[in-house]
Design a protein around this ligand. Structure first.
Ligand code: NAD
Length: 288
């Protein structure tokens, strides 16, 4: 693989940034990788485990002379971070983000972009329920989708370059428009996370079933279904606050379906239940 950007600055040093750094090293995609995170503790850990080539104590220092800047902080922090680094970007620099929501990131970031710099949104569709600088690993993005979301007036050569960069990291690319991205993610990621969180909440509320019993018998479905409910609370709070419309639309439809099945159970309507499960089984079996 060849060097795609001479200097890459990672802002935020958690699961996604850490995994990107390790994958960039594996693919020799960057001349130098520097990183910054807001908390001193995270910066110290990143230094100890050699997560990036150099950890900087300010975001301004990290972005100095960087060719690619990756915003890898919770979605709600993207705008303020961009505002702080904007005056320190070199001409021609490319800024990207890895946020799970795109429209709100566009609205928060693009107004701060200096003339002569490029913004291209990205969303690697890969993650785990773990977070922080220790949680990254080089193969996280292998054969996973990275949705690339360019603004309408994006420079095509820079879009092509960032696509090649993500391919070098191991991902497959699909170009998407921001509002469609947010609706797709509400269906495949955001609503399922919310439902998993509520299943754990229900189990916790139901005093007649003890926590020990939930843990002991979780292999019956609970453990698989709720793995994602261990995900980072800050990240997910920001996802729901910023992808409000799409998530509410999907949750509205989910509630309708749930009520229909609830009614079928109450009225003993086995045909409805059987037909529903037959249809959804066929769809689920199409997902490897
Ligand atoms: P994480 O919690 O592991 O890491 C977040 C990092 O951002 C931490 O290093 C934290 O110290 C830093 N940070 C927080 N606020 C900051 C600020 N104001 N300034 C500078 N640094 C700050 O989170 P993550 O899973 O790596 O998520 C990062 C981004 O990637 C989020 O926007 C998330 O939506 C997106 N994302 C996450 C996943 C996933 O499954 N975890 C998948 C795809 C995309």
């Amino acid at each position: 693989m060849m060097v795609m950007y001479n200097k890459v600055a990672l802002i935020g040093l958690g699961l996604i940034a850490g995994s990107m750094s390790l994958a960039m090293r594996r693919g020799k995609l960057a001349g130098e990788i520097v990183g910054y995170a807001r908390s001193q503790e995270t910066r110290n850990i990143a230094r100890e485990i050699n997560l990036v080539d150099r950890v900087c104590d300010t975001a301004e220092e990290a972005v100095q002379d960087a060719d690619l800047i990756v915003l890898a902080v919770p979605v709600g922090a993207m705008g303020p971070v961009m505002e702080a680094i904007a005056p320190h970007l070199k001409k021609g620099a490319v800024v990207t983000d890895v946020g799970s929501v795109k429209r709100s990131v566009f609205d928060a970031v693009i107004p701060h972009m200096p003339d002569g710099c490029h913004f291209i949104g990205c969303h690697p569709m890969a993650g785990t329920e773990h977070s922080g600088p220790h949680s990254g690993f080089a193969t996280l993005f292998d054969k996973r989708w990275c949705l690339v979301v360019p603004p309408e007036d994006a420079d095509q050569a820079e879009v092509d370059r960032i696509c090649d960069f993500w391919r070098g990291i191991g991902a497959d690319i699909e170009i998407m428009e921001p509002d469609h991205h947010d609706l797709v993610c509400a269906v495949v990621s955001h609503a399922p996370h919310l439902i998993a969180y509520t299943m754990v909440g229900v189990a916790d509320d139901l005093r007649r079933v003890t926590d020990q019993e939930v843990i002991k018998f979780s292999a019956a479905g609970f453990r698989d279904f709720t793995r994602i409910a261990a995900s980072d609370p800050t990240m997910w709070r920001d996802v729901f606050l910023t992808n409000k419309d799409a998530t509410l639309e999907i949750l509205g439809r989910f509630t309708e379906e749930l009520f229909a099945l609830q009614r079928a159970i109450r009225t003993g309507d086995g045909d409805t239940l059987f037909d529903y499960f037959t249809r959804t089984r066929a769809i689920r079996r199409g997902i490897i």
